[in-house]
Design a protein around this ligand. Sequence first.
Ligand code: GLU
Length: 502
Amino acid sequence: MASHGAPEPGVRVRFAPSPTGFLHVGGARTALFNWLFTRRHRGTLILRIEDTDVARSTEESVRTILEGLTWLGIGWDEGPFFQSRSLEAHGALARRLLESGRAYRCFCGAAALEAKRKAAEAEGAAWKYDRTCLRIDPEESRRRQAAGAPAVIRFRVPDGAVSWDDLVHGPTSFDSSVIEDIVLLRSDGSPTYNLSCVSDDLEMRITHVIRGDDHISNTPKQILLYRAVAAEPPRFAHLPLILGPDKKRLSKRHGAVSVTEYRERGYLPEALFNFLALLGWSPGEGREKMTKEEMIAGFALEAINRKGAIFDEQKLEWLNSQYINDLDPARVAALIRGDLERAGLFVHDLDEGGARRDWFLHVIQALKTRSKILPDFARDIRPFLSDDFEYRPEAVEKHLTAAKEGGPQGVAARMRALRGALAGVSPFTEAATEEALRALAASRDEPAAAYIHPLRVALVGTAVSPGIFTVLALIGRERALARLDRAVSFLESGDAASRIRQ
Ligand code: GLU
C-alpha cells in the first residue's frame, strides 16, 4: 500500500457500537468509513463495545456485531475492548473534575427535576437545569454525600462558544448557553455516555472520532470535557444520516436494516461493502463498482457529503448482480450449496471431483448473468438438476397456448417437428442445435422465435432463461427430447386447451 501516501502511524480511530441489538447498516457504514480511513492512513482501528447499559446489552448482540463486521471484511487492529471493564477509569475522571471544581454534586433527584421541567414547559419556557446545587458549599456537599444523600455528579458547563472544524461539516459551533450542566455519574455511580466516551477516547489516544450525525450534539459536551482536563480533543467527522427512499431516517419500516438480514437474503459481503461505502461518499467521476484497494486509495473524509444518504435497495441489488457476475462458478457452487440441499437438489456428483462437476459449473456460469441475489440460483437451476419442475402459468399463456401462435395444436405441431429435427443432431452442441432449429423454421417459412419461445417453456418452464441454445446443450439431447414430448402431451391434453388466451 505504498501508494497511499506517507505513513501516518499516529492515526487511531475507534468503532464503538452499543451491543443492544443487531448490526444496523448505519453502524456498519460507520465501521466501514473508520476502516477505510485507517487503511488510507495506515492507522489503527480499535473496536470498543460500549456495553455500559447493562439492562440492554446482550452477548448475543456482541456476537452478531463481531460476525457482521467479519463477514463484511471489516477487520480491526485492537480489541474488542469492553467499555464496562473501564468503569473505574470513568469514575476517576469524574472525581478529578469534581476535585478541580469543574464538576459538582447535584442532589435534586429525578422527581424534583421532572416537576420543574413540567412547570417550565407549562409556561412555554425551555427547561435547562437551573444549577440549584451549584450554589451548595463544597464542604456541605461532601457532608450530605457522606450522610448517604443520593447525588449525581454534574459538569459545570463554562460560558462561551464551543467550536470545532468538523472534517465533514466544516467549522461548527454551539453556544454553551444551550447546553445543560452535563451529568457525568448517575446517583448509583454509573457513568453516562459522554463521560465514558471521553475517558476511553483519551485512554485509547484516539485521534479521529468518525461517527454518525446523530452524535453531533454530544460533540460540544465532549470537547468541553477535554478542555477541562487540558487535553487536546480528537478531530471529529460526522457522517450523514442514512435515509429511506422517502427521505426519512432509515428504519425497519423501509425494509431490512440489519447486516445479518442482507446476508441471509443472499447478498455478497463485497457487494454490501461497496454499497455501504457509497452511502455519503463518492470517489468522483461517477464511479460505483470499486475494489477495496480503489476505495482505500480514493477515500477522504473531506469528500463525504453533508446531506443525508439515500439507501437505494435497487442499487444494492444491481451491485450484487455485478459482483455475482464476477464470481468464479466454484465459489458460487459453495455459496449456494445450502440452498440446493434445502431444495433437495444437491447430489454428490456435483461436488468437486464428482462426475457432473464440470457440467454443474457450466450451468452456474450460464445462470450467473441472470442472478441478482444468491437464492436466484436455486430458483432457476431446478430444471437443470431435476425433471420435476412446473410450467409457469404466465409462460404457458404467452408461449404455449396463445391464439396468435396457433393455439395449443399449432404449437404442438411445431414442437413435434422440432423434436424430429433435434433427434438427429450429434454432437448436441449450441451451434449444431441452433443450426437445426433455424433450418427447420426456414423450411416451414416461419420465424425461429415461433420455435424458440415454446421450446424454452418446454425445457425450463419459464419465459426467460439463459440463451436457449446454451440451455439445450446443457440439458442434453435425451432430456431435451423427453421434455418436448412432455410439452406435446400437455398441449394435446384438455389441460392446455383450458388455458387458451385470445
Ligand atoms: N455507542 C455509541 C453508539 O453506538 C458510540 C458513539 C460514538 O461513536 O461516540 O452510538
